[in-house]
Ligand binder design. Structure first.
Ligand code: GDP
Ligand code: MG
Length: 296
Protein backbone atom coordinates (compact mmCIF):
# COMPACT_ATOMS: atom_id res chain seq x y z
CA UNK A 1 0.00 0.00 0.00
CA UNK A 2 1.28 3.40 -0.89
CA UNK A 3 1.75 5.30 2.34
CA UNK A 4 3.86 7.96 0.68
CA UNK A 5 2.52 11.44 1.33
CA UNK A 6 4.77 13.50 -0.92
CA UNK A 7 5.66 16.58 1.06
CA UNK A 8 9.32 16.08 0.10
CA UNK A 9 8.62 16.81 -3.55
CA UNK A 10 7.86 20.52 -3.37
CA UNK A 11 10.01 22.02 -6.06
CA UNK A 12 10.59 25.71 -5.45
CA UNK A 13 13.96 26.62 -3.97
CA UNK A 14 12.52 28.58 -1.05
CA UNK A 15 10.24 25.72 -0.21
CA UNK A 16 13.13 23.27 -0.41
CA UNK A 17 15.04 25.30 2.17
CA UNK A 18 11.98 25.42 4.35
CA UNK A 19 11.62 21.66 4.07
CA UNK A 20 15.31 20.99 4.71
CA UNK A 21 15.28 22.88 7.98
CA UNK A 22 12.41 20.73 9.22
CA UNK A 23 9.20 22.41 10.17
CA UNK A 24 6.01 22.22 12.15
CA UNK A 25 2.66 21.77 10.52
CA UNK A 26 -0.30 22.25 12.82
CA UNK A 27 -3.79 21.28 11.79
CA UNK A 28 -6.97 21.71 13.81
CA UNK A 29 -10.04 19.55 13.20
CA UNK A 30 -13.47 21.09 13.69
CA UNK A 31 -16.81 19.39 13.18
CA UNK A 32 -19.47 17.31 14.85
CA UNK A 33 -18.57 14.02 16.50
CA UNK A 34 -18.77 11.10 14.09
CA UNK A 35 -18.15 13.05 10.88
CA UNK A 36 -14.91 11.14 10.29
CA UNK A 37 -12.32 13.68 11.46
CA UNK A 38 -9.96 11.16 13.06
CA UNK A 39 -10.42 8.77 10.15
CA UNK A 40 -9.64 11.51 7.63
CA UNK A 41 -6.39 12.48 9.31
CA UNK A 42 -5.35 8.84 9.42
CA UNK A 43 -6.29 8.44 5.76
CA UNK A 44 -4.25 11.47 4.74
CA UNK A 45 -1.19 10.83 6.83
CA UNK A 46 -1.44 7.06 6.60
CA UNK A 47 0.07 6.16 9.94
CA UNK A 48 -2.30 5.83 12.85
CA UNK A 49 -1.78 9.26 14.21
CA UNK A 50 -4.70 9.39 16.54
CA UNK A 51 -4.92 6.76 19.20
CA UNK A 52 -7.86 4.64 18.13
CA UNK A 53 -8.59 3.52 21.68
CA UNK A 54 -8.84 7.11 22.83
CA UNK A 55 -11.05 7.90 19.88
CA UNK A 56 -13.49 5.14 20.66
CA UNK A 57 -13.99 6.15 24.25
CA UNK A 58 -14.57 9.70 23.11
CA UNK A 59 -17.18 8.57 20.59
CA UNK A 60 -19.06 6.42 23.10
CA UNK A 61 -19.26 9.07 25.77
CA UNK A 62 -19.76 12.46 24.17
CA UNK A 63 -18.02 14.98 26.35
CA UNK A 64 -19.88 17.83 27.90
CA UNK A 65 -17.13 20.34 27.32
CA UNK A 66 -14.84 20.94 24.39
CA UNK A 67 -11.48 19.54 25.36
CA UNK A 68 -8.80 20.47 22.95
CA UNK A 69 -5.95 18.02 22.67
CA UNK A 70 -2.92 18.57 20.45
CA UNK A 71 -1.08 15.39 19.47
CA UNK A 72 2.31 15.59 17.74
CA UNK A 73 4.00 13.12 15.44
CA UNK A 74 7.29 13.20 13.68
CA UNK A 75 6.77 12.36 10.03
CA UNK A 76 9.82 11.74 7.89
CA UNK A 77 10.05 11.16 4.18
CA UNK A 78 13.27 11.05 2.12
CA UNK A 79 15.16 13.02 4.75
CA UNK A 80 12.51 15.72 5.06
CA UNK A 81 11.23 16.06 8.58
CA UNK A 82 7.86 17.41 9.53
CA UNK A 83 6.49 17.69 13.01
CA UNK A 84 2.80 17.26 12.44
CA UNK A 85 0.46 18.31 15.20
CA UNK A 86 -3.18 17.39 14.99
CA UNK A 87 -5.44 19.35 17.28
CA UNK A 88 -8.70 17.54 17.87
CA UNK A 89 -11.71 19.42 19.21
CA UNK A 90 -14.13 16.84 20.59
CA UNK A 91 -17.56 17.94 21.64
CA UNK A 92 -18.24 20.52 18.99
CA UNK A 93 -22.01 21.04 18.64
CA UNK A 94 -22.69 18.11 20.99
CA UNK A 95 -24.39 20.17 23.64
CA UNK A 96 -27.98 21.18 24.03
CA UNK A 97 -26.97 24.81 23.89
CA UNK A 98 -24.22 25.39 21.37
CA UNK A 99 -24.05 29.13 21.88
CA UNK A 100 -20.41 30.12 21.90
CA UNK A 101 -19.26 26.53 21.34
CA UNK A 102 -16.54 27.90 19.06
CA UNK A 103 -15.02 30.00 21.84
CA UNK A 104 -12.58 27.36 23.16
CA UNK A 105 -11.42 26.70 19.59
CA UNK A 106 -10.83 30.38 18.86
CA UNK A 107 -9.11 30.70 22.21
CA UNK A 108 -6.79 27.80 21.46
CA UNK A 109 -5.80 29.39 18.14
CA UNK A 110 -5.22 32.87 19.53
CA UNK A 111 -3.38 31.45 22.58
CA UNK A 112 -0.81 29.99 20.16
CA UNK A 113 -0.45 33.40 18.49
CA UNK A 114 -0.04 35.02 21.88
CA UNK A 115 2.60 32.51 22.99
CA UNK A 116 4.54 33.12 19.78
CA UNK A 117 4.33 36.87 20.21
CA UNK A 118 5.57 36.64 23.80
CA UNK A 119 8.54 34.53 22.77
CA UNK A 120 9.26 36.80 19.85
CA UNK A 121 9.29 39.92 22.01
CA UNK A 122 11.26 38.49 24.92
CA UNK A 123 14.87 39.84 25.06
CA UNK A 124 16.46 36.42 25.45
CA UNK A 125 14.48 34.95 22.65
CA UNK A 126 15.44 31.60 21.23
CA UNK A 127 16.75 31.62 17.71
CA UNK A 128 14.03 29.24 16.72
CA UNK A 129 10.67 29.77 18.32
CA UNK A 130 8.63 26.57 18.50
CA UNK A 131 5.76 27.18 16.13
CA UNK A 132 2.49 25.98 17.58
CA UNK A 133 0.43 28.43 15.51
CA UNK A 134 -2.42 26.63 13.76
CA UNK A 135 -1.74 26.58 10.02
CA UNK A 136 -4.90 24.96 8.83
CA UNK A 137 -8.40 24.30 10.10
CA UNK A 138 -10.16 21.39 8.44
CA UNK A 139 -13.83 22.19 8.87
CA UNK A 140 -16.10 19.16 8.47
CA UNK A 141 -19.55 19.80 7.01
CA UNK A 142 -22.25 17.22 7.67
CA UNK A 143 -23.38 15.56 4.39
CA UNK A 144 -27.01 16.64 4.76
CA UNK A 145 -27.21 17.51 1.08
CA UNK A 146 -29.26 20.60 1.94
CA UNK A 147 -27.25 23.55 3.15
CA UNK A 148 -24.94 24.75 5.88
CA UNK A 149 -26.41 24.86 9.36
CA UNK A 150 -26.79 28.27 11.00
CA UNK A 151 -24.23 27.11 13.58
CA UNK A 152 -21.73 26.26 10.81
CA UNK A 153 -22.10 29.75 9.37
CA UNK A 154 -21.62 31.34 12.75
CA UNK A 155 -18.56 29.25 13.56
CA UNK A 156 -17.04 29.73 10.11
CA UNK A 157 -17.47 33.46 10.46
CA UNK A 158 -15.34 33.42 13.63
CA UNK A 159 -12.79 30.86 12.49
CA UNK A 160 -11.98 32.54 9.18
CA UNK A 161 -10.91 35.66 11.10
CA UNK A 162 -8.07 33.82 12.82
CA UNK A 163 -7.04 30.78 10.77
CA UNK A 164 -6.84 29.32 7.25
CA UNK A 165 -10.10 27.40 6.98
CA UNK A 166 -10.42 24.52 4.52
CA UNK A 167 -14.03 23.26 4.44
CA UNK A 168 -14.72 19.65 3.50
CA UNK A 169 -17.95 17.74 2.95
CA UNK A 170 -17.55 14.80 5.30
CA UNK A 171 -18.57 11.22 4.43
CA UNK A 172 -19.33 12.21 0.85
CA UNK A 173 -20.11 8.57 0.07
CA UNK A 174 -23.50 9.11 1.68
CA UNK A 175 -24.46 11.44 -1.18
CA UNK A 176 -25.01 10.55 -4.83
CA UNK A 177 -22.70 12.28 -7.34
CA UNK A 178 -25.58 14.61 -8.32
CA UNK A 179 -26.37 15.45 -4.70
CA UNK A 180 -22.71 16.16 -4.11
CA UNK A 181 -22.51 18.64 -6.98
CA UNK A 182 -25.65 20.47 -5.86
CA UNK A 183 -24.55 20.55 -2.23
CA UNK A 184 -21.13 21.86 -3.16
CA UNK A 185 -22.68 24.61 -5.28
CA UNK A 186 -25.06 25.68 -2.50
CA UNK A 187 -22.27 25.78 0.06
CA UNK A 188 -20.18 27.99 -2.27
CA UNK A 189 -23.19 30.31 -2.66
CA UNK A 190 -23.79 30.46 1.08
CA UNK A 191 -20.15 31.23 1.82
CA UNK A 192 -20.22 34.00 -0.77
CA UNK A 193 -23.52 35.36 0.54
CA UNK A 194 -22.21 35.52 4.10
CA UNK A 195 -18.86 36.87 2.90
CA UNK A 196 -16.99 34.08 4.58
CA UNK A 197 -13.58 33.83 2.97
CA UNK A 198 -12.00 30.46 3.23
CA UNK A 199 -8.42 29.57 2.32
CA UNK A 200 -6.72 30.13 -0.16
CA UNK A 201 -7.03 33.86 -0.73
CA UNK A 202 -6.35 35.83 -3.90
CA UNK A 203 -3.34 38.14 -3.73
CA UNK A 204 -2.29 41.05 -5.91
CA UNK A 205 1.08 39.42 -6.32
CA UNK A 206 -0.45 36.34 -7.98
CA UNK A 207 0.91 35.60 -11.43
CA UNK A 208 -0.96 33.65 -14.10
CA UNK A 209 0.00 30.24 -12.75
CA UNK A 210 -0.94 31.25 -9.18
CA UNK A 211 -4.31 32.40 -10.50
CA UNK A 212 -4.89 29.13 -12.32
CA UNK A 213 -4.00 27.13 -9.20
CA UNK A 214 -6.22 29.33 -7.05
CA UNK A 215 -9.16 28.82 -9.40
CA UNK A 216 -8.65 25.06 -9.41
CA UNK A 217 -8.77 24.99 -5.62
CA UNK A 218 -11.75 27.37 -5.48
CA UNK A 219 -13.65 25.08 -7.86
CA UNK A 220 -12.89 22.03 -5.70
CA UNK A 221 -13.78 23.73 -2.39
CA UNK A 222 -15.47 22.38 -0.31
CA UNK A 223 -13.64 19.12 -1.01
CA UNK A 224 -15.98 16.11 -0.91
CA UNK A 225 -14.10 13.52 1.04
CA UNK A 226 -14.33 9.89 2.02
CA UNK A 227 -12.02 8.49 4.64
CA UNK A 228 -11.10 4.92 5.46
CA UNK A 229 -8.54 3.07 7.49
CA UNK A 230 -9.28 -0.23 5.76
CA UNK A 231 -7.63 -1.67 2.70
CA UNK A 232 -9.14 -3.96 0.09
CA UNK A 233 -7.58 -5.94 -2.73
CA UNK A 234 -8.94 -4.83 -6.10
CA UNK A 235 -7.42 -6.40 -9.24
CA UNK A 236 -4.48 -7.55 -7.13
CA UNK A 237 -3.82 -4.02 -5.86
CA UNK A 238 -4.34 -2.87 -2.29
CA UNK A 239 -6.64 0.12 -2.15
CA UNK A 240 -7.88 2.17 0.74
CA UNK A 241 -11.62 2.07 0.58
CA UNK A 242 -15.07 1.56 2.02
CA UNK A 243 -17.38 -1.33 1.38
CA UNK A 244 -20.88 -0.45 0.20
CA UNK A 245 -23.85 -2.39 -1.03
CA UNK A 246 -22.98 -1.39 -4.58
CA UNK A 247 -19.28 -2.10 -4.31
CA UNK A 248 -16.06 -0.68 -3.00
CA UNK A 249 -15.34 3.01 -2.94
CA UNK A 250 -11.70 3.71 -3.58
CA UNK A 251 -10.95 6.86 -1.60
CA UNK A 252 -7.99 7.62 -3.87
CA UNK A 253 -10.07 7.50 -7.05
CA UNK A 254 -10.91 11.04 -8.09
CA UNK A 255 -14.07 9.92 -9.82
CA UNK A 256 -15.30 8.71 -6.40
CA UNK A 257 -14.37 11.75 -4.27
CA UNK A 258 -11.93 14.65 -3.88
CA UNK A 259 -9.74 12.92 -1.28
CA UNK A 260 -6.69 12.78 -3.52
CA UNK A 261 -7.07 16.48 -4.34
CA UNK A 262 -7.32 17.38 -0.67
CA UNK A 263 -4.23 15.34 0.13
CA UNK A 264 -2.21 16.92 -2.70
CA UNK A 265 -3.41 20.33 -1.65
CA UNK A 266 -2.46 19.87 2.01
CA UNK A 267 0.79 17.98 1.62
CA UNK A 268 2.18 19.32 -1.66
CA UNK A 269 0.78 22.33 -3.44
CA UNK A 270 -0.25 24.44 -0.41
CA UNK A 271 1.75 23.15 2.55
CA UNK A 272 4.31 25.93 2.46
CA UNK A 273 1.72 28.59 1.67
CA UNK A 274 -0.50 27.53 4.59
CA UNK A 275 2.45 28.08 6.95
CA UNK A 276 3.41 31.38 5.28
CA UNK A 277 -0.12 32.73 5.18
CA UNK A 278 -0.53 31.95 8.87
CA UNK A 279 2.59 33.95 9.71
CA UNK A 280 2.03 36.82 7.30
CA UNK A 281 -1.68 37.25 7.56
CA UNK A 282 -3.35 35.70 10.60
CA UNK A 283 -0.45 36.14 13.01
CA UNK A 284 0.27 39.67 11.76
CA UNK A 285 -3.38 40.59 12.26
CA UNK A 286 -3.22 39.25 15.80
CA UNK A 287 0.03 41.11 16.50
CA UNK A 288 -1.34 44.36 15.13
CA UNK A 289 -4.52 44.07 17.18
CA UNK A 290 -2.69 43.24 20.38
CA UNK A 291 -0.43 46.29 19.88
CA UNK A 292 -3.54 48.41 19.44
CA UNK A 293 -5.07 46.94 22.60
CA UNK A 294 -1.91 47.78 24.53
CA UNK A 295 -1.98 51.40 23.40
CA UNK A 296 -5.58 51.86 24.56
P1 GDP B 1 -14.85 11.80 14.43
O1 GDP B 1 -15.69 11.71 15.66
O2 GDP B 1 -15.22 13.00 13.62
O3 GDP B 1 -13.37 11.78 14.70
O4 GDP B 1 -15.19 10.54 13.50
P2 GDP B 1 -14.41 9.16 13.33
O5 GDP B 1 -13.23 9.33 12.45
O6 GDP B 1 -14.18 8.56 14.67
O7 GDP B 1 -15.48 8.30 12.49
C1 GDP B 1 -16.76 7.98 12.98
C2 GDP B 1 -17.35 6.79 12.21
O8 GDP B 1 -17.60 7.15 10.86
C3 GDP B 1 -16.42 5.58 12.16
O9 GDP B 1 -17.22 4.42 12.28
C4 GDP B 1 -15.81 5.65 10.77
O10 GDP B 1 -15.45 4.39 10.26
C5 GDP B 1 -16.93 6.27 9.96
N1 GDP B 1 -16.41 7.06 8.83
C6 GDP B 1 -15.31 7.84 8.82
N2 GDP B 1 -15.14 8.43 7.61
C7 GDP B 1 -16.17 8.01 6.84
C8 GDP B 1 -16.56 8.24 5.48
O11 GDP B 1 -15.92 8.98 4.74
N3 GDP B 1 -17.70 7.62 5.04
C9 GDP B 1 -18.43 6.80 5.84
N4 GDP B 1 -19.52 6.25 5.32
N5 GDP B 1 -18.10 6.56 7.11
C10 GDP B 1 -16.99 7.13 7.61
MG1 MG C 1 -12.31 11.85 16.48
Amino acid sequence: LNNYVGFDTVTHQIERKFLKRGFNFNVILVGETGLGKSTMVNTIFSAHLIDSKGRKTAAETPRKTVEITPVSHLVEENGVKMRLTIVDTPGYADQVNNDQCWQPIIKYITDQHRAYLERESSPSRDRLIPDTRVHCCLFFISPSGHSLKPLDIEVLRHLTQVVNVVPVIAKADSLTPEERIGFKRRIKEELAFHRISVYPYASEEDDESDKTLLQTVKDLTPFSVVGSENTFMVDGQPIRGRHHRWGIINVEDETHCDFIHLRNFLTRTHLHDLVETTAHMHYETFRYQSKKRKRL
